[in-house]
Design a binder for this molecule. Structure first.
Ligand code: FAD
Length: 320
């Protein structure tokens, strides 16, 4: 019996969302009186023993390079076998792209109850295992009791504070058969220099109010000043003003940065569905009646073409 936390990685480095999942899993382990261990598929350049800082005693690694890229079928098979070998009874993912693709598949293989999009530690006080999760695109919460012996949880990114201590984990090779994949990775496109949107602490996002792609310079400048990622509303991506990997919302990426700037975006419900878990939302819109102001922590009523360059200059002065 242990808690096993799946550690996701990209470009040889452990993803930030995995540190939250590790902290979350270690807290669950403490709560139910067991140990927390980590599982990593593939190879990384990071020193895996440092994951001990987040409360795990052991890191199981299936060091097969075939596993460096997400292949949901293969991952779920390998993870299910790893869970069985390690004897874990709770499996934790981050609810990122990998977690979304794999958590339900693994739970089906393990005949486990699954809660995706968890946002708090389980309530085990009454002998149950009740997990709070967001539903209806973050508009409501549900408390779900997992009553199967094996439990799978995926944690919403940015919903749990990462705590790093002093621990060092043992890194052990896990021998799990890795079948030849049915999926062939044809090419990997790396977007050089950009901060990955789903991992960013700050996101500067633009909408149709910016009139055209030629006006995105001020969005990029502000993002550069703030070390932020850039994002956009769906019509902006549909019109090819910006690439589709920047589209946030119900049909795009769902993000939860600490700070989200919405510039020239009306705040349609489908857009909010992707960003309303942001910790602080700043809206810049020339229409005081724009619906986004209802979801804003800070609002600036004004023309983005005036406000954004001035805001950028003021922030630069603070950094100088
Ligand atoms: P608009 O609605 O045109 O708003 C532009 C805003 O800019 C206005 O509020 C205006 O006042 C302001 N503005 C104009 N000029 C200026 C200026 N100079 N300075 C400051 N402000 C200015 N949308 C998404 O974003 N993501 C999704 O995932 C998504 N999924 C969808 C799924 C479905 C099934 C459907 C039906 C729709 C979906 N949409 C999605 C579309 C969504 O309903 C809205 O149409 C869209 O979000 C509007 O984009 P926008 O706010 O950029 O543009």
């Amino acid at each position: 019996m242990s808690v096993l936390i799946f550690v996701d990685h990209a470009d040889g480095q452990v993803k930030k969302s995995s540190f939250e999942a590790l902290t979350f899993g270690a807290k669950i382990a403490a709560q139910i009186g067991t140990t927390a261990e980590a599982l990593l598929l593939g190879t990384v350049t990071d020193d895996l023993s440092t994951l001990g800082k987040y409360g795990v005693t052991k890191v199981h690694q299936v060091a097969n390079e075939t596993l460096n890229h997400l292949d949901a079928q293969l991952y779920s098979k390998v993870i299910a076998e790893a869970v069985t070998t390690s004897g874990a009874t709770v499996l934790v993912f981050s609810h990122n792209q990998t977690g979304k693709a794999v958590a339900a598949r693994v739970s089906a293989r393990l005949k486990a109850g699954v809660v995706t999009g968890a946002c708090a530690l389980p309530d085990t006080s009454s002998g149950n295992f009740i997990v709070k999760k967001t539903v209806f695109s973050g508009k409501a919460f549900a408390n779900v009791n997992i009553n199967s012996p094996m439990k799978v949880i995926s944690l919403n990114p940015n919903s749990f504070t990462t705590i790093a201590g002093e621990g060092v984990a043992d890194v052990v090779a896990l021998n799990v058969a890795v079948d030849a994949s049915k999926v062939r990775v044809a090419a990997v496109t790396k977007i050089v220099g950009e901060i990955p949107l789903t991992e960013a602490d700050i996101v500067v996002s633009g909408g149709r109010g910016l009139k055209g792609p030629e006006n995105w310079g001020m969005i990029e400048d502000l993002a550069k000043t703030l070390h932020a990622a850039t994002a956009c509303s769906r019509p902006v991506a549909d019109a090819h003003w910006r690439p589709h990997h920047e589209h946030v919302g119900q049909t795009g990426f769902q993000i939860a940065p600490n700070l989200y700037f919405a510039i020239g975006i009306s705040g349609a419900i489908q857009h909010l569905a992707g960003v309303n878990r942001s910790k602080v939302i700043v809206v810049i819109n020339k229409d005081p009646e724009a619906p986004f102001f209802k979801a804003a922590d800070y609002g600036i009523v004004g023309d983005a073409f005036d406000v954004v360059p001035k805001l950028n200059e003021e922030i630069k002065k603070l950094h100088a």
